[in-house]
Design a protein around this ligand. Sequence first.
Ligand code: WTA
Length: 656
Amino acid sequence: MSQPTIESILQEKRSFSPPSEFSEKAQIKSLQEYQQLYEQAKADPQKFWADLAAQELDWFQKWDTVLDWQPPFAKWFVGGKINISYNCLDRHLTTWRRNKAALIWEGEPGDSRTLTYAQLHREVCQMANVLKQLGVQKGDCVGIYMPMIPEAAIAMLACARIGAPHTVVFGGFSAEALKDRLVDASAKLVITADGGWRKDAIVPLKDQVDLALANQGVPSIENVLVVERTKQTTQMEPGRDHWWHELQAGVSADCPAEPMDSEDMLFILYTSGTTGKPKGVVHTTAGYNLYSHMTLKWAFDLQDTDVYWCTADVGWITGHSYIVYGPLSNGATSVMYEGAPRPSNPGCSWDVVEKYGVNIFYTAPTAIRAFIKMGEQYPNARDLSSLRLLGTVGEPINPEAWMWYHKVIGGERCPIVDTWWQTETGGFMITPLPGAIPTKPGSATLPFPGIIADVVDLEGNPVSNNQGGYLVVRHPWPGMMRTVYGDPDRFRRTYWEHIPPQDGQYLYFAGDGARKDEDGYFWVMGRVDDVINVAGHRLGTMEIESALVSHPAVAEAAVVGRPDEVKGEDVFAFVTLEGSYSPSEELEKELKQHVVKEIGAIARPGQIRFTDGMPKTRSGKIMRRLLRNLAAGQEVAGDTSTLEDRGVLDKLRGGA
Ligand code: WTA
């Protein structure tokens, strides 16, 4: 098991045609059909999206203008009025889906709960009314810091229902990280739970919220709504903190969905970039609704009888688009699982598949590699014959993991849908349509209809087949992020001017390296910036460096990714200490713990190496390339002639 290398991927020649039994029943049945759709969309993207918007979504008022494109700022379906909570709930209530399972929840210590569309609608309306009672108005931002329980989805939909943009903060983030995000978003209220189950322990989420809010930490917060989940004690601050079950008991379940402008903000989701400060990625209502809806429908060939399970957390974009909004807008049954595979319960995922007869399973390569490590005996001991499609996301999948997924989990009958996309793109960008596009292990295959993707050099010129370059998108799409919250300049600089626009032609720069093969298939190689991907979680190296240097012992820190068998990459930190401190095991532990406190356990360095100095260029820039080589235990490759002091490198090598 290893991460894909250019060499291994260039040698990958296997191709798997869609099984004919699958294609016959699929919504898009052949390569030719895909190509027709793709060409139609390319010739007239606005007509393509407008037709789908009219056909697939319910509108309170139709739009006047499909696309208003003032590069790099896009507005879609201008003049339209719509509500995504209405599209996810109300419109299904007048159909047979009223009593269909919307959410099937499997809780960690054996709890479970199923909510039909009618039941989910009722709870969403109640929570929406509670939010109103607590003073939340249209346009106010609400923070959501929740475990994987139905109330997380209910909270998102309740916010959307009344037009309050949400910002979901992953429950694994620390109080510090939560505070930064709530402050940046000026959140007025936080929805949380007393605790949540993570692996075999309870995470006291409410206590983290208390820490974040202590000493006026987030001045904009007026109220905290607390869902009872784990029942451990927590301090409720009178006037500020409210139990959800108490307020729910006395509230009406009648709350019509607020007609929103297409471009009203639906949510902010913070993601790591190349600076120390995470970016608030802004998504708006109509375009995001359409895009998450269509991509799920076609790429996972969603059928009305499917039980669909995405293993992500709602704290990430995958949870937003493909646990909550995409599936519910389509009227699907979405499984939500509070647990995670772990040594004490290595077969839990397959228990869930068997128990609910899951048809579509969507996870990340890091999870697949962990499954491989735990052993085939666990999936083999369960009936997985209900599965008909397997998805993957989050990082490049190594062909070995792909083949294992295909054979052991998919029984060689399930197409593998490798979806390349990002927080910023709102939904899948490059993905097989499973009844139409032959797959190749390690390739996300071809762009979704309406997406004009390419691989170019830094001047924006397309590179030739099989040459590495930068992954870009040439035309706006409905699900694209609209801006960085509060920082439109950063949006412009980061995504649209990295490759200078030519003749008014703007290219969206994804931050990933890729190549295209002779069949036009995309092979995504990974990030080309200072973002690392640890167990499918996106982390900025600068963010971790800022956390480290905020400790009094640290003078300078440089963080790189080191290849890891299961996680893909692990955090490796080089640290120079302040004069009065000297390296020790305790200090190493303390620094790791400090990163956990500042960001969260997902950013904990796997290894810290103390060093007297960093390898720098004569102009004082840390040469990260060398550090990456050192962290990986490789020979330092390439040119080192710009290095200021070769002695530093020799010393670092000595300690390798
Ligand atoms: C990486 C997750 C290769 C990529 C939806 C991207 C992938 C970053 C794939 C976005 C894939 C995601 N193949 N790489 N199928 N999917 N990535 O914002 O580097 O958490 O830029 O969104 O994950 O991570 P994010």
